[in-house]
Design a protein around this ligand. Sequence first.
Ligand SMILES: NC(=O)C1=CN([C@@H]2O[C@H](COP(=O)(O)OP(=O)(O)OC[C@H]3O[C@@H](n4cnc5c(N)ncnc54)[C@H](O)[C@@H]3O)[C@@H](O)[C@H]2O)C=CC1
Ligand SMILES: O=C(O)[C@@H]1CCC=N1
Length: 266
Amino acid sequence: MKTNVAILGGGNLGTALAKGLSRTDEASQKYDVTVTRRNTDLIQHLEEDGITVSSDNLSAVKEAELIVISVQPTQIEHLIEEIKPVLDPKQHIIASTMAGVSGEEIAKLTGSGYRILRVMPNTAAAINQAMTCIERTPHKEAEEKVIELFETLGKTLVINSELMEASTVLGACGIAFFLRYIRAASQGGIEVGFHAEEAQLIASQTALGASSLLLNSNNHPEYEIDKVTTPKGCTIAGLNEMEHNGLSSALIKGIKTSWEMIEKIR
Ligand SMILES: NC(=O)C1=CN([C@@H]2O[C@H](COP(=O)(O)OP(=O)(O)OC[C@H]3O[C@@H](n4cnc5c(N)ncnc54)[C@H](O)[C@@H]3O)[C@@H](O)[C@H]2O)C=CC1
Ligand SMILES: O=C(O)[C@@H]1CCC=N1
């Protein structure tokens, strides 16, 4: 029997989750997915991949076991008010992707007794390469089901509640941060002679290679960097110039600023 999943909020993240869930045999054999959005025109194309698209939150929730809330933090009160008549603590597991909204805040809206877990995936879910951090809660059976769902979309890590904001900036915002690096590297590549598409290919594949080196070995980045920096060579010259201009410092400060912003989102 397939598990019914309702993704409420088919925006950027909700669409990425739905796409990922339709891409692999493993996910499509396990899950029947419905995505809701008030205006469904922009996500109608998901139907071609076997996803049900709807503007009817009540029907989607009635059918579902797993509810993934993917609306913006400011939209949660309205959403819960709408679906509350059909919410059932015995039937539903609620996984919320909302940045900066605690499980307790959601429980205040739903009423007590619900299995609510925060999850923090990223848009690479669309190609089953997400990193999803999942909040550790006492709801172990629900946790297993949520892990199983997000494992089909990439890697998962269960973390303590107080780290959910940190996971938001490192993992979810992180996609944008790494993409900006790739864009900057491509622009540098154009300055030294490549056409834009060639520069982007080289920068993107090199970023994939760098992260794969770490994922495959668990080595420290500096260990792998030392293998590239030939003495008196061009790598160390470029790297030190980047550091003189504050590369590491800019990244650390950016991550801290994003983190400090989370509590101001609502
Ligand atoms: N975009 C990202 O990469 C990530 C976003 N998040 C979180 O996920 C949530 C969604 O973020 P985005 O997708 O970027 O925002 P978005 O604005 O693109 O998506 C929200 C969607 O929810 C829909 N919506 C609003 N009220 C609704 C309702 N009552 N019923 C059905 N649909 C409704 C909107 O029309 C919109 O399409 C946010 O809470 C954000 O903090 C978390 C991780 C990554
Ligand atoms: O920018 C945001 O607020 C959301 C949360 C993490 C990624 N996007």
